[in-house]
Design a protein. Structure first.
Ligand code: HEC
Ligand SMILES: [Cu+2]
Length: 377
């Protein structure tokens, strides 16, 4: 394959879901109020570099030619070159000083703008955990995973924390980046100036699947944003039980995807393929040597197998499956009751939702599917 062809294939996944129009050679497209300021400082420093590079090379070449050692000149050489030139020395001291001072002032000004959050900023609570992003909208009671919907032309403040290790939010199109730290809050704000979809990356190496810790920022005009929030706030309530498995696959699986495959391959966690079969039959073995069967049945801890799945999602450290580590974060408080049901039903109906390669079936046939969660409802 040609070098160009190779580049084309390796760079194309980056463009996925990202509106890449409007970028320059150095910068990705810009879509926030702070972006032009950041780009200006970058360009300013870059041009200083270009100009001084050219200047230094030109003078170097000129001197090399002008003062080349000529045959016979060594004998007549007298060390009478100037040793001191006050105006020249003042110039080469003050000029860089002024330039560096200007760069500092521009940088400090931008930095202060980035740290001073406007009072009316729209709050979003961000939680990073290996290896996904959760976004909460306290004003609407909405929780999003892997996707963040924000209003256009309105300052948005992210209040961020981590459940495990250091992560970092980076939204290149907005020119903002901030660490996300366990045990404390950090914050970041931006105001999007163009509707569209933009990539959000984790930019702090946080373990094996760090590179999969991505999200999409969806910028919507105010009225569409209000509609979308209303819809998200109701989405799981309006869905009939029979559609819950497909809903979970389309809207919730992304929060499990970094660890649980849907094609049978084992990752940080066991694949969801075949999981229900194992659970139903109680054959899963735990690190404490017991088998799921030992805890099941009337009088047991899990009266019905569905309860084991529930428990695994809300209380993952309770039983650790053999050959795995207790790496799963709890989803307690992050999923509504009905969403936990939906995930249980998704796991139960995995074979109807995905094909043998693990691809999602577009309109799954769920006629006669088992949509009981086994619990009280
Ligand atoms: C950071 C990785 C990670 C994420 C994200 C994650 N899990 Fe897990 N999960 C694990 C690991 C590791 C295990 C096996 C150890 C254990 O039992 O806790 C596991 C076990 C499970 C089990 C029990 C599996 C079995 O074989 O008995 C279920 C059910 C489960 N996860 C559901 C989920 C669901 C649903 C989500 C998404 C909402 C999710 N997990 C997200 C890592 C993860
Ligand atoms: Cu991370």
């Amino acid at each position: 394959m040609s070098m160009l062809g190779l580049l084309a294939t390796t760079t194309s996944p980056m463009k996925l879901g990202e509106a890449t129009s409007g970028g320059t050679f150095w910068m990705p497209e810009s879509a926030s109020t702070i972006a032009p300021e950041v780009d200006f400082v970058f360009d300013f420093i870059n041009w200083i570099n270009y100009i001084f590079f050219a200047l230094v090379v030109l003078v170097l070449v000129w001197f090399a030619i002008r003062y080349k050692l000529k045959p016979g000149s060594r004998e007549s050489f007298t060390p009478d070159a100037p040793t001191h030139n006050t105006p020249l020395e003042l110039t080469w001291t003050t000029m860089p000083l002024l330039l560096v001072g200007l760069i500092f002032w521009l940088g400090m000004d931008g930095y202060l703008r980035l740290t001073e959050v406007p009072d009316d900023a729209y709050p979003v609570k961000v939680t990073g955990q290996k290896w996904s992003w959760i976004f909460e909208h306290p004003e609407f009671g909405v929780i999003e995973g892997g996707e963040l919907t924000v209003p256009l032309n309105r300052p948005v403040r992210m209040i961020m924390s981590s459940k495990d290790v250091l992560h970092s939010v980076f939204i290149p199109a907005f020119r903002v980046k901030q660490d996300v730290v366990p045990g404390r809050y950090t914050s970041l704000w931006f105001e999007a100036t163009r509707p569209g979809q933009y990539r959000l990356y984790c930019s702090e190496y946080c373990g094996m699947d760090h590179s999969k810790m991505l999200a999409v920022v969806n910028v919507l005009p105010e009225d569409e944003f209000q509609d979308a929030m209303g819809q998200l706030a109701r989405e799981y309530e309006d869905i009939p039980d029979s559609d819950l498995p497909a809903y979970a696959m389309n809207r919730l699986y992304s929060r499990c995807a970094s660890c649980h495959s849907r094609d049978g391959t084992s990752g940080t966690g066991p694949s969801f393929v075949g999981l229900w079969e194992r659970t139903k039959n109680g054959t899963t073995v735990f690190t404490d040597g017991t088998t799921l069967k030992d805890h099941m049945g009337p009088g047991g801890e899990f009266e019905v197998p569905e309860n084991y799945l529930r428990d695994s999602i809300l209380n993952p450290q309770h039983y650790i499956v053999q050959n795995y580590m207790g790496a799963m974060p709890t989803f307690k408080g992050q999923l509504k009751e009905r969403q936990v049901d939906a995930l249980v039903l998704m796991i139960k109906n995995m074979d109807r939702l995905v094909d043998d390669q693990g691809n999602v079936i577009e309109n799954p046939d769920l006629d006669g599917a088992d949509i009981s969660t086994g619990s009280a409802n």
